[in-house]
Write a protein that binds this ligand. Structure first.
Ligand SMILES: [Zn+2]
Ligand SMILES: [Zn+2]
Length: 133
């Protein structure tokens, strides 16, 4: 590895740390929201932030929540858990419900897939949006 390569790795690592830090400060933030947070600390393009989010998600450091395909949100808690999605304000909350490993086992038996995990999303109205009604 030459000097230039080392510099690139160091640079991308610190960018990644900033992105990870931003994901951890918020609650199920979207890529745009994470981009705004990171930009306050260090100028970075949206593409760079997005690429780092993908790398972190692939590494299992964070998870991408696919509720809204146009607005991917990221979770700093990468253990298996489910989500509540408010259909009015779009916010996502953690669902305090036990993750059932037997679902994975049953799905593997029925489909022949190698199952890594499953996710359940509950749709509805959050407390704030209920109060507004
Ligand atoms: Zn809401
Ligand atoms: Zn979550």
């Amino acid at each position: 590895m030459n000097k230039e390569e080392k510099k690139i790795i160091r640079r991308s690592t610190s960018q990644r740390d900033l992105v990870l830090e931003a994901v951890r400060t918020g609650n199920h933030l979207s890529a745009r929201e994470i981009f705004v947070l990171v930009s306050q600390k260090k100028p970075m393009s949206f593409g760079t932030v997005y690429r780092n989010l993908q790398i972190l998600a692939e590494a299992g450091e964070i998870i991408a929540i696919p509720n809204d395909p146009t607005l991917l949100r990221y979770d700093s808690q990468s253990y298996h858990h489910h989500h509540l999605h408010c259909r009015k304000c779009g916010r996502i909350f953690d669902m305090p419900l036990t993750y059932r490993d037997e679902f994975d086992k049953e799905a593997a038996e029925k489909s022949g897939f190698v199952i890594d995990s499953h996710s359940i999303s509950f749709e509805g109205l959050c407390h704030d949006c209920q109060d507004e009604q």
